[in-house]
Write a protein that binds this ligand. Structure first.
Ligand SMILES: Nc1ncnc2c1ncn2[C@@H]1O[C@H](COP(=O)(O)OP(=O)(O)OP(=O)(O)O)[C@@H](O)[C@H]1O
Length: 478
């Protein structure tokens, strides 16, 4: 998994058992020796932004591991600075260990916050810090604006996020909400990553609300809330993910409210996400509700067909970086986007499933492999409806005969209702594209895929058509 972050300048000898003593303490002083040189090589700003936050978190016979505060930092370090880190390290280490980079703590972004500092200091004793340290799958997990696909579903949220990342205002409170998997965390990480580039001096803290809760409760238990408060309130920009997790926890909510109040009154920025809109947050106290309602709010919707295609393409190219040669045809991408009608995470999961299937059998991801891999992954229809019922209800709605609906006539007055009927067959049954095609006058599966896509596009563009679809859907399922 970590191969992606290895430098090519690596020692590949099997050194186990024949190493000179090389303790963690030695490694730390060696790193301390390398730092001034690195600073002069990369310049003070880049040093502060990328290298200074690194912590030595692991050491074995073959490699030395540094923890960076997030996937974005790992990606940036790997592309721009790993060769230098490796060169400096190799010049000092008698056995030339390979330099590896991992995310030391996915929740905490800002390495200079006292919370992270303390964690690193404690962990350093162990040589392998933070049991939570997870190796990073490089391109797949660095969440940036560059790898976040934009469409109607998330355009407003992305514009706000970009604005914050380029230059946060003073005292802004922003609230993003949307279903699980629509990309809220991705956006927060993108904001944090970009801020580290544009404003390396700003203290950016990204926490899940769960982490906020845990840290706060453990501080309460120890009767020592001061350091926790100082760390959180010391942020210039506080990003809190999954706010719904602290709803109903009254002491934590109060603390969060005070934090928010304190930060905003001092012109700092707070960004929160949740899986529902403010009104839907159960157990949120009225003060918090009121404050959140006063901020900027943007909903991130589920992606439409086009956006799902873009996300699928993006995830394919990220996986391609891990196994070159992995690619999918446009037809296969259409199939995924038409069939996986959930969130970005669902699309990503489907692509990964195809990747795993084609890797397992050591074959190209042909259409056959894609269909096979996704067969257990179809989103279940909300309600299973016989194809004949769909055809009859759609024909009745448009005042057409059943024969017209399945005929070869291509006049728009017949072709559009046919597409609508195909769309509902896909949405409300488990039938495959070829099967549906067969039931509409022996048409090809690509015609059905095109129909689904077209209807989704029209519904996104035209409110009246979306309402018409809803009405037809209601008639079919009543
Ligand atoms: N528009 C998009 N472009 C690229 N990737 C996306 C997009 N939307 C979602 N994803 C991907 O889907 C996955 C899930 O996204 P993320 O974790 O950000 O969702 P979330 O809304 O925070 O979910 P949760 O509420 O469960 O935390 C991530 O790997 C993310 O990169």
């Amino acid at each position: 998994m970590v191969q992606g972050v290895h430098s090519s300048v690596s020692a590949t000898l099997d050194l186990a058992g024949c190493l000179p003593e090389f303790e963690v303490g030695t490694a730390r002083s060696l790193w301390a020796t390398a730092l001034p040189r690195l600073r002069s090589e990369v310049g003070a700003d880049a040093y502060r932004a990328w290298i200074e936050p690194l912590r030595l978190v692991g050491l074995d016979n073959a490699s030395v591991t540094f923890g960076a505060p997030n996937g974005y930092a790992v990606a940036r370090l790997t592309t721009d600075y790993l060769h230098r880190l490796q060169a400096r390290w190799s010049a000092l280490d008698p056995v030339g260990r390979r330099v590896r980079l991992i995310v030391a703590d996915a929740d905490m972004i800002h390495a200079n916050s006292s919370l992270v500092q303390e964690a690193n200091d404690d962990d350093a004793e162990l040589g392998l810090a933070g049991t939570s340290a997870e190796p990073v799958e490089l391109s797949a997990s660095a969440k940036t604006f560059a790898n976040f696909e934009v469409g109607e579903a998330n355009r407003v949220a992305v514009a706000i996020a970009r604005g914050l990342a380029e230059g946060p205002g003073t005292g802004d409170l922003v609230f993003f909400h949307g279903l699980h998997g629509v990309g809220k965390t991705h956006l927060l990480e993108a904001i944090a990553g970009r801020l580290r580039e544009t404003s390396p001096k700003k203290r950016v803290l990204l926490l899940t609300a769960q982490r906020f809760l845990n840290e706060f409760q453990s501080a309460l238990r120890d009767r020592e809330t001061g350091p926790f408060k100082a760390a959180v309130r010391g942020a210039d920009i506080l990003l809190i993910d999954d706010l719904q997790l602290i709803c109903g926890k009254s002491a934590t909510q109060d603390e969060f409210f005070q934090t928010l109040d304190d930060l905003i009154s001092r012109g700092r920025t707070v960004v929160c996400t949740a899986d529902v809109a403010v009104d839907g947050l159960q157990g949120l106290n009225s003060r918090m509700r009121c404050v959140l309602q006063g901020g900027f709010t943007a909903k991130i919707n589920e992606p439409d067909f086009e956006l799902r295609r873009a996300i699928a393409r993006r995830k394919i190219s990220e996986l391609n970086a891990r196994r070159s040669g992995f690619d999918l045809s446009e037809e296969a991408i259409d199939l995924i986007a038409a069939r996986i009608t959930g969130t970005g995470r669902a699309v990503e999961g489907a692509v990964k499933q195809v990747f795993a299937a084609s890797t397992l059998i050591g074959r190209e991801a042909s259409m056959e492999v894609v269909i096979e891999a996704l067969s257990g992954n179809w989103s279940p229809p909300e309600k299973s409806v016989p194809v004949e019922t769909i055809k009859r209800r759609v024909a009745a709605f448009y005042d057409l005969s059943l024969e017209d609906l399945v005929s070869q006539r291509r006049h728009r007055a017949v072709a559009r209702p046919r597409q609508v009927a195909m769309y509902f067959c896909k949405r409300l049954t488990r039938r495959s594209f070829p099967d549906i095609g067969q039931r509409f006058g022996g048409r090809d599966h690509t015609t059905v895929m095109h129909a689904v896509k077209r209807i989704e596009e029209l519904a996104a563009e035209d409110v009246a058509f979306a309402a018409e679809l809803q009405e037809i859907g209601r008639k079919i399922t009543e």
